[in-house]
Design a protein around this ligand. Structure first.
Ligand code: NDP
Length: 309
């Protein structure tokens, strides 16, 4: 039986499916991580869950495959894996709808101020104090998407149905797409009312949302991050949100999460979500199967279904 290391926790249904096929080693339950790896490291064939960095990879001398639980694999040192000829898979596509749905939900919540209006009615203030102020709408507004990939396209389709004017920025002009392409991110930010970030994290996009990009979005602009927190200059974001430099922000991810700066939490013009993009029961069950399917395909046929490398 092949031996799989769980470097971090994965959902219980994934563990149960894995247990039917493999022998599991739970690193996150070990009292002493190094001692656990010294004892079991050389037996491990595959790994999933949590952070899989160069140090961990070096402690697994017979590792052959990393099946990442998630489409974003910035938690995996792909370079270190590649040097050793270790294959890496991820979980693309099955989560597109869930992430796109939350993106739209956060945008509607921010524009129509749903959370504060909900609290207003709940508190009984409507009857005593009257109506709340008018809000904004998505229809007719311009949205720029950073990263028109699998999820970006699912977002674009939904926002088009909301009668928004969609454009995008990425490294490539995708000529088969019906949306306007900007080859410059700051230029796109200048020309939209909403900026949605859904490109991968990692070195290529670290702090790609600079103060300059946010200033280009401007005082009437709203910022949405559903990708990775470290893609944004978070201090500049907080500064601009606090001082009228941006209208608002809807954020599912944060630099340094789960810590969220108090200055950000205290703002009224933000909608905050604890990294819930793919976190629906249906999608997480699909992702659990996808991890297992990739490991089984690798060990039975020598092929990954969703290869990163
Ligand atoms: P894809 O690889 O399908 O799409 C990524 C897009 O980003 C591509 O269009 C690519 O276009 C663009 N891109 C990549 N690098 C750059 C760059 N340096 N500058 C500008 N654009 C770039 O990925 P998915 O749509 O499947 O997923 C996107 C990301 O969403 C994941 O990597 C993950 O981090 C995040 N995510 C967040 C979730 C959450 O819970 N909040 C859940 C799931 C995913 P081009 O190559 O033309 O540049």
């Amino acid at each position: 039986m092949k031996k799989i290391l769980l470097a971090g926790q994965v959902p219980q249904d994934c563990i149960e499916m894995l247990e039917n096929k493999f022998e599991l080693f739970k690193l996150y339950e070990a009292a002493n991580r190094d001692a656990f790896l010294l004892e079991h490291g050389d037996k491990i064939d595959g790994v999933t869950g949590g952070r899989i960095d160069a140090e961990l990879i070096s402690q697994l001398p017979n590792l052959k495959v990393i099946a990442n639980y998630g489409v974003g694999y910035d938690n995996v040192d792909v370079g270190a894996a590649s040097t050793r000829g270790i294959r890496v898979s991820n979980t693309p596509n099955r989560l597109n709808a869930a992430v796109a749905e939350l993106t739209v939900g956060l945008m509607v919540s921010l524009a129509r101020e749903i959370p504060s209006n909900h609290a207003y009615v709940k508190s009984g203030r409507w009857a005593s104090e009257g109506q709340t102020p008018l809000t904004a709408q998505l229809a007719g507004a311009r949205v720029g998407i950073l990263g028109l990939g699998r999820i970006g396209k699912a977002i674009a389709v939904r926002l088009t149905a909301f009668d928004m004017e969609v454009s995008y920025h990425g490294r490539t002009h995708q000529k088969d797409q019906p949306y306007h392409y900007f080859d410059d991110l700051t230029d796109m930010a200048k020309n939209v009312d909403w900026l949605v970030v859904i490109a991968p994290g990692g070195e290529g996009t670290h702090k790609i949302i600079t103060r300059e990009v946010l200033q280009a979005l401007g005082a009437n602009g709203s910022f949405v991050n559903i990708a990775r927190g470290n893609m944004v200059d978070q201090d500049a974001l907080i500064d601009l949100l606090s001082n009228g430099g941006l209208r608002g922000a809807a954020l599912d991810v944060f630099d340094g999460e789960p810590e969220v700066p108090e200055a950000l939490r205290m703002l009224d013009n933000v909608i905050l979500s604890p990294h819930k993009g793919s976190a629906t029961r249906q999608t997480r069950a699909q992702m659990s199967s996808q991890v297992v399917e990739n490991l089984v395909a690798y060990f039975e046929k020598g092929e990954l279904l969703d290869p990163v490398i």
